[in-house]
Design a protein around this ligand. Structure first.
Ligand code: PHE
Length: 343
């Protein structure tokens, strides 16, 4: 009996010190301890020779030993299965990682930020206003009284519930809001979305983006307007770009002019973007109409100002050669992804 217990203690030690070493050694272990002719079985058959009063104690020792032998084997099997699942080989640190998809800025935002940044360097600060406007800020205050024919220049979306409400047709409404609350000197840039009731096509959309500028102070002249805008296009498109002004009409400026730049697509040699003229229009501008200043209690004898408004999509088209306006709002990631890395 004493001998048997010593034997079991030895086996226990053997089991505890056995280390897993591949499927073969695992099988050898199983046969040696747990097989039909294995150690556990043969120890159990020793029960017969154990005196009756020690049977209980010996049985307990045996059961514990059996459990130890089995648990060892089961654990072993489990770890082997796990490592097979995850590939028992060492990880290959040289493999390329999973790419992390980084978001990109929308080209309209990129160009808008750039416009704001350039004018920011000239001392213009950003002003914003609501997209749902009232008639006063979008039209009347801008020297466009009711029934003024120039209201037809912009196809307006009116809001049914209240005929006084509309979706702003230009960011000039922000000029009005700023002049309402601020006194000169005023130097602001107003980026934002505007709406016009147009059929959607490659060249027209029912919403688009504008950036408006306004500068009101003493002695502001058309020369200031010209130089400011010239600085802007050179910063935006490069030093070699030329500008030209064409007389135009806007109710809120007098005199008014539209500004063209040499076509960035064909560099002035003629293409379908510039309709083979070598020039493309990028903005409307002019000296703030005295009526408009007076509408806001600004003395038009003392103060003068200039204003301009440009379409962000147009600048974007010339910068990135995007020829279809619909691309901007379709949210096609194949289009949007191309602007990765741009500022
Ligand atoms: N608001 C004009 C438009 O939407 C642009 C403009 C702004 C013209 C300021 C002159 C001065 O077409």
């Amino acid at each position: 009996m004493e001998q048997l217990l010593q034997q079991i203690a030895q086996y226990r030690q053997e089991i505890e010190s056995t280390v897993a070493n591949g499927a073969e050694s695992m099988e050898a272990y199983r046969i040696r301890f747990l097989g039909t002719k294995g150690i556990v079985k043969s120890l159990f058959s020793e029960m017969r020779h154990v005196p009756a009063d020690l049977k209980k104690e010996f049985g307990q020792v045996l059961n514990e030993f059996k459990q130890l032998a089995e648990t060892k084997y089961e654990n072993w099997k489990q770890t082997a299965a796990l490592s097979e699942e995850s590939g028992s080989e060492k990880p290959d640190w040289t493999l390329p990682g999973q790419p992390v998809a980084v978001g990109t800025r929308h080209p309209i935002s990129l160009v808008k930020n750039q416009i704001v940044h350039i004018f920011g360097r000239l001392g213009f600060s950003v002003a914003e206003g609501p997209e749902i406007e009232d008639d006063w800020h979008n039209f009347t205050a801008l020297n466009l009284p009711e029934n003024h024919p120039a209201r037809d220049m912009q196809d307006t979306f009116y809001i049914h519930q209240n005929p006084d409400w509309l979706l702003r047709t230009h960011t000039s409404s922000v000029q009005a809001r700023v002049m309402e609350t601020q006194k000169p000197p005023i130097r602001i840039i107003c980026p934002g979305r505007v709406y016009r009731n147009e059929t959607i096509s490659a060249r027209a959309h029912c919403f688009f983006h504008q950036t408006e500028g306004l500068y009101v102070d003493e002695n502001v002249s058309f020369a200031d307007l010209k130089q400011t805008l010239y600085f802007f296009v050179q910063e935006m498109f490069g030093q070699e770009v030329k500008i030209r002004f064409r007389p135009s009409y806007f109710p809120f400026t007098e005199p008014s002019a539209e500004m063209d730049i040499t076509c960035r697509i064909c560099n002035g040699t003629g293409c379908n973007v510039c309709k083979h003229t070598g020039w493309v229009e990028i903005l409307g501008s002019g000296m703030v109409h005295p009526n408009m200043l007076e509408n806001f209690g600004i003395d038009s004898n003392k103060y003068t100002g200039f204003a301009f408004g440009m379409g962000v999509e147009r600048i974007c088209q010339l910068k990135y050669r995007i020829n279809d306006l619909r691309l901007y709002s379709q949210n096609d990631v194949r289009f949007l992804k191309q602007f990765t890395g741009a500022r």
